[in-house]
Design a protein around this ligand. Sequence first.
Ligand code: ATP
Length: 238
Amino acid sequence: NSKNVLLEVQGLKVAYGGIQAVKGANFEVREGELVSLIGANGAGKTTTLKAVTGLQPVGDGDIRYLGRSIKGQGAWDLVRQGLVMVPEGRGTFTRMTIVENLQMGAFIRDDDEIEADIDKVFAIFPRLKERAEQLAGTMSGGEQQMLAMGRALMARPKVLLLDEPSMGLSPIMVDKIFEVVADIHSRGTTILLVEQNASRALALANRGYVMDSGEITMTGLGRDLLADPKVQAAYLGA
Ligand code: ATP
């Protein structure tokens, strides 16, 4: 693979007090890829995303982005550099409208293409356009997930990190969210996707990593992991 490595995590360790949540994880994300990180509850996936995006202090190891170490850099600086996460639980601004939430997503920008980008987000998520003036807090869970993803896109991410976008959604909405993840990827955004819905996440992924108890235990092409008997037994309910 000759594509540029955008994000490279080397021997990452993260602890909460005495509890080692991530115990030396290694992985990389290349330009244009959709990479899925799967694993059981408590495996350390969310902690890994928080460490990468500057929301959780890192112990040993290094995080390299666009060829430079970003270890210790703050979350806002990293957003400005294009490393943008949609957190678990979405975190929309509930007392603001859809449009206002999208405008907030562009807080790091001062160019004159913000309105045009809102239209692009509306093209990806027609539901958000229909509800443009509705307060975010009154939207359904799936709609709020769409809004959180749309807001993240407004920052023009180079790498979009999605933490469990399908969590807590109805089956139809889960389908819709995975469709949209594929759509955003096909429009050129590099994606690191954390999911408990391993089969859906691996089906979309160019490559995947399996995390178990704070360590990366397997990696491969998405389709190869999907077909792997060990992955099927442990994560796909086979
Ligand atoms: P899930 O899918 O359930 O979110 P995960 O793979 O994302 O799981 P993490 O949320 O990263 O896992 O949690 C990894 C470990 O770190 C767990 O044992 C968890 O209890 C612990 N942990 C997470 N956040 C904290 C915290 N703020 N303080 C103490 N321990 C934490």
